[in-house]
Design a protein around this ligand. Sequence first.
Ligand SMILES: [Zn+2]
Length: 276
Amino acid sequence: MKSEFTPDPTISSDRPFVEEKYEPLGKEVYVKKETGLDAMAGDGGYREGYLGDAIRFKMKREGKRFWAGDNISEYVSDADKEQLINDAAEAFETVLDRLLIDRENDPNSKGTARRLAKMYFNEIMAGRYESAPDATAFPNDSTDRYEGMLVVRSELRSMCSHHHQPVSGVAYIGIIAANKLIGLSKYTRIAQWCARRGTLQEELCNDIAREIMKSTGSENIGVYIQATHGCCENRGIMAHSSLTQTTVLKGAFKDDQGTKKEFFDNIKMQQEFSPR
Ligand SMILES: [Zn+2]
């Protein structure tokens, strides 16, 4: 059925509207639900929402989880990051104001809002916004392939998602290689990529095991983390010598007592060689 179509006079006279010539923009416009229409009708000020809101709505719509420990790099481009940092800096200014800190006259607090925004996106939470480090795999399938256990110690810096306090420690990653090997530094790169988010140590241990399995194709993995937590040291119970240990064992590391023992013996030897 053909519907009546009244052309817009601004394009009708000498430039008739030909539908085929136009393409939808492919962009979506978001208006905050509770304020959108009112804002447009009321003070005439239609305010474009924050980019972060648009990204959050998109993730919600697509059922993408975006907890503090989740990687959301496929939703955030490098160009977006700049805008997100600007918006976060503005929000941190409000936080400082609410904390009654004079960010106009205190020279040490002047650029703090922006420093915080940059630090979250580019450093302490970088592992949320950056895609996985590429770990080139080398074949390990010749007759003299390496069949032993490999244990790599990786320094970790993370942040607890409950208090945004630093978590600092080491992960010992044990693996029995499958048909490919990745460079030694890649284990640490992957571990740090997982750590530079808001995490729980238990969750972090799982994340590292899963990502190492993904990039090595090995099903025999052990991850042991020991770390101190700022939220226990600097506040709350103020426990200065608290140490949290977590272990995730997969495949032979879990099922074979010999492999499990070798892993923990290796950790002990590493700690004797170079205590942290
Ligand atoms: Zn905490």
